[in-house]
Write a new protein. Structure first.
Length: 244
């Protein structure tokens, strides 16, 4: 990323949005690709409040399988590069992810905003109490907050539900000097609308994606290729004037 596009001295705050593409190279299955999760499983069967009310056993089986899969994957160079940026960049770095995996944290990122929830956590549909969920969830679990059985569900934002932390996310976005979208399809709102809102506010925009997203024409600059290559190169450039 050249100084002619994004002079670092003018960027006091960077807002980064990550999507499924950044974790795909770690072996985490994507959702909207032709061979992604939603090509094999109906959203209506596993990823809505109605599905959980209708068939909680099936929903738990789906997410238990995905949760177990997290134990078989590791962060890739893109995750580690963003952790390095967060640690060493002199300005504010806001990292918002649409992913429910924990690979950013495992790479060393400390302040990740999970707008779609976290697979390794659960919350109670009865009282809203939250808990860690390293292992399988089931209808037999009892909420530690309200002691009610049968309500513990994955702490994942399902279709028809409102993403988490939106007030904080929009506040940080409007404070940014640079908006970077990494590994996102540009198809899921409200995140897909961030680039248009950034442009309207005069914020510089950059896409790093395996291929052009649905909103690629809205970015000031777009680079296409593997996240494990593009993201470390971006971070190296942003930290070029910083001591090792």
């Amino acid at each position: 990323m050249g100084d002619q596009h994004f002079p670092k001295k003018t960027i006091s705050s960077i807002f980064i949005l990550t999507g499924a593409g950044i974790s795909a190279e770690s072996g985490v299955q994507t959702f909207r690709d032709k061979d992604g999760v939603w090509s094999k499983v109906r959203i209506e069967d596993v990823a809505t409040p109605e599905a959980f009310a209708r068939d909680p056993v099936r929903v738990h089986e789906f997410y238990n399988t995905r949760r177990a899969g997290l134990r078989t994957v590791e962060p890739n160079p893109a995750h580690f590069a963003l952790a390095r940026l967060e640690e060493r960049y002199p300005g504010q770095v806001t990292l918002v992810t649409q992913n429910v995996d924990n690979l950013h944290e495992r790479a060393g990122c400390r302040n990740v905003i999970h707008m779609h929830g976290e697979l390794a956590k659960a919350f109670c549909a009865h009282c809203g109490g939250k808990a860690e969920a390293a292992g399988d969830l089931s209808q037999a679990l009892v909420c530690t907050s309200c002691n009610a059985p049968g309500g513990m569900r994955p702490d994942v934002v399902w279709f028809g539900e409102i993403p988490y932390h939106l007030d904080t996310i929009y506040e940080r976005l409007m404070e940014a000097g640079l908006f970077v979208s990494i590994g996102t399809s540009g198809a899921v709102y409200p995140a897909a609308g961030f680039v248009a809102e950034a442009r309207a506010a005069g914020i510089r925009t950059l896409e790093l994606n395996l291929e052009p997203s649905e909103g690629t024409v809205l970015f000031d600059e777009a680079r296409h290729g593997p996240a494990s290559v593009l993201v470390p190169a971006f971070v190296k450039d942003m930290l070029a004037d910083r001591p090792a």
